[in-house]
Design a protein around this ligand. Structure first.
Ligand code: ZN
Length: 257
């Protein structure tokens, strides 16, 4: 009798175990942990309403499914993935369904990387992040230290990863020239160029709080002011109301309700 009871018990447990495995017991998806990390680490996400949050999470997941992220001399963590995807989605959040067609993978270095890859100029910026061209087309290089710094409280007006994704967005019309495609057909392109020149003059004279790296050329100007715009929108609006309006048009987004 006792064997019979044990047998029934074993059969019951087997059935229960296998149904749990095939039914509700799916392999834990990373979805939950992405949401947790977004809540904890990404201020842009924290400021969205509930519907936008769900949309942002979906776009982060889609980006990570479509983009290969590799570490050089380091293991890629869940936080790396979430911060890279957030940097990609933040500048294009205003464009529903936007995909980076000119990106296949992101290569991450633990700290700054070697200057053997020099194609965006030999400067500090290019050892924190860069967008590949030529044989490196479709690749983005990023330093983890710079990525994390951009999302930290001490980041100031800077976010290297957003900077690089703005270059990619700018490049999507074929030229990295500081004028994203969606503006070209508009009547806004000329005022935008004029505004850039005016602000560059101020930076030159030391009368602006925008990083002087923006003086490099129009493309760097766009990338540098975009970092500031997305990282500290209130401060940017207070100090540069006209630029704020223009960037809101360029990125089709209203960061301050
Ligand atoms: Zn740049």
């Amino acid at each position: 009798m006792i064997y019979f009871i044990i047998l029934i018990l074993v059969i019951f447990l087997l059935i229960h175990f296998s149904s749990a495995k095939t039914g509700g017991g799916k392999v834990k998806s990373p979805q939950g942990s992405y949401t947790k990390l977004l809540k904890e680490e990404v201020v842009f996400y924290q400021n969205l309403n509930n519907t936008e949050k769900i949309n942002f999470e979906k776009r982060v997941r889609d980006f990570l499914e479509e983009t290969k992220i590799e570490g050089i001399g380091t293991e890629i963590t869940e936080l790396d993935r979430v911060l890279i995807a957030s940097s990609a989605i933040i500048p294009v959040f205003g464009f529903a369904g936007w995909k980076y067609k000119n990106l296949s993978n992101v290569i991450m270095y633990p700290n700054t990387f070697d200057k053997e890859f020099q194609f965006e100029g030999n400067n500090n910026r290019s050892i924190m992040g860069m967008v590949g061209s030529g044989y490196m087309n479709g690749q983005m290089l990023l330093s983890r230290a710079a990525l994390y710094h951009g999302f930290s409280k001490s980041s100031g007006n800077e976010n290297v990863a957003i900077h690089e994704f703005v270059h990619l967005l700018d490049k999507s019309d074929g030229n990295i020239d500081g004028i994203p495609e969606n503006l070209k057909a508009h009547q806004y392109a000329i005022p935008w160029l004029k505004m850039m020149q005016q602000e560059m003059n101020k930076i030159e004279k030391g009368k602006s709080d925008i990083n002087p790296y923006a003086l490099t050329n129009e493309a760097e100007f766009l990338a540098v002011v975009s970092e500031y715009f997305f990282s500290r929108p209130e401060k940017f609006k207070d100090n540069h109301p006209e630029l704020y309006e223009q960037l809101s048009l360029i990125f089709d987004i209203n960061l301050i309700e």
